[in-house]
Design a protein. Sequence first.
Length: 206
Amino acid sequence: HGEDYFEGTTLTADALYHSSKSLKKCKAEGIDAYIPDKNFRKRAPGLKVKQRHGDRGIKRLNIDDFQHDEDGDVYKCPQGNILKRRAKSMYDGVLYHQYVADEGSCEGCEVKFRCIIKGGKRKWLNVPVSRVPGNITKAMIEKIDTAHGQKIYKRRFSIVEPVFGNIRSQKRLDRFTLRGKIKVNIQWLLYCMVHNIEKIMKYATA
């Protein structure tokens, strides 16, 4: 089929592939992609966010718990500590202002475990300021947050993930040994065929 081999296909991938580079490639190839960002599970109803064992039952502080002083352009934490504006950063097309507490000012704080990541010494607060118009990653977030987008992506958990896990862990296909779209697709389909034969042998009744 040439260069349009994957045109028109539907693709789902996990959050590790949510990047401008991946999304631009999908758009160029004519692929109907559904790739969530790292906060998708927090927004999607019915999807539980997996918590680390040590974080279970802990209500962590968020940006709404900090008070902004517009005159001084500083933030005050619930314990009265001041976070001063330090720098700017850009992530997924969103501009953030970074506010940070003075070094050593968070030591001994009684709510530090709710505020700072494990191993951190002081609080950094990233405040979203503005978005870049026409950002492709933002467009994907809006797409996957729709009812249709969530319906498509939820099917991945029962259809794609078990197959992918079996082929990687049991069949040892961690990387393709062939090159080119057509050859790679053939290699993938052969492994899928082996997976299906295995399921037939295990579950088929006489």
